[in-house]
Design a protein around this ligand. Sequence first.
Ligand code: 1CP
Length: 370
Amino acid sequence: IMDKDNLILPKDFPELTNDTFLRAAHGEEVEHVPVWCMRQAGRYLPEFRESRAGKDFFETCRSPEACCELTLQPLRRFPLDAAIIFSDILVVPQALGMDVQMTPGKGPTFQEPLKEPEDLQRLRAKVDVDAELGYVFRAITLTRHKLEGKVPLIGFSGAPWTLMSYMIEGGGSVTQSKAKRWLYRHPEASHRLLQLLTDVIVEYLLGQVKAGAQALQVFESHAGCLGPVQFKEFALPYLRDIAMRVKGKLKESGLDNVPMIVFAKDGHYALEDLSQSYYEVVGLDWTIDPCLARKRTGGSVSLQGNMDPCALYATKERISEIVKRMVEAFGTRGYIANLGHGLYPDMDPESVGAFVDAVHTHSRQLAKRV
Ligand code: 1CP
């Protein structure tokens, strides 16, 4: 699997032994509901904190060996049905030429956020995705080999609106008011930025599949601050364009289709539209009722989610009850269990184990009955 320069190549990958996640994404029959957790590689794990200690966050992201190790850590503890590559959505603004640091205790910080449309000139007009983000591709290829076919590897990207909002806010924000100001005051420049991001994201996701990613998730984490009208104008068209172009280009290159997941946090007002946007799976946060989500998305897509992450603060018995009700509501077909958002650093790894076991146990029993 090495070339003459000792680079690990994206070929001759070990055969996949647990494809439950992929089958559920395509709505096929499963023996149990597959489960993974957003932020499953994270600070709630002592071994994660130890590996990351004293190291710069984005330096870690640039090391394929470190990303591989962090991706594999949760799988050594829990019988998860998928792995997600350790990285961050903000590597894309970096590829466009922006300086982003991870400030411990504060989160991502942009040195010079975009203020006015003139600032778009500071961004690279043409991004060489292999040169700027090749380190992510190398991390994926290495991890795919080291996973030994145990479970599929998920690649990901931030969605255009969510990335745009970070590039203007310069970091986390409660209101996203600086970014939303652009939508109202500079709609034309906003579309230019969203289009630029979309073009890079398409190449980035395609590169991830070529490197070995077996599924893709697109994170529209800041959907909640948009309303239905703005979502339809500034988020949805780009989300659709991404899925359509990635799938078209995979076909053109003679590559197999991979399931794509769209996760628009707090965007339940857009569920109907999202379910008709060329994604196989729609991810849900915990603010939507599973039965209602099924009704509104029809039978054509699989659903992923949506336990309140804070339910992991409950006892194991209570977690098991909550999971049972959730699996019954979603049904065992076309369903991937997950949390409605990422794990928090103060969560107990044992509770994550209880969540994973409860999904497997209850869904196995339910799947037998139908
Ligand atoms: O030092 C650290 O470990 C900091 C914590 C951390 C981690 C573990 C950050 C900072 N990013 C990550 C990894 C990460 N980020 C993954 C890894 C794979 C996994 O899930 O296990 C993924 C998928 C992301 C994606 C990501 N980054 C999103 C989308 C998902 C979501 O949470 O909605 C977002 C919004 C980010 C930005 C980001 N990165 C880190 C923080 C603290 C934030 C949020 C900043 C904010 O808005 O306040």
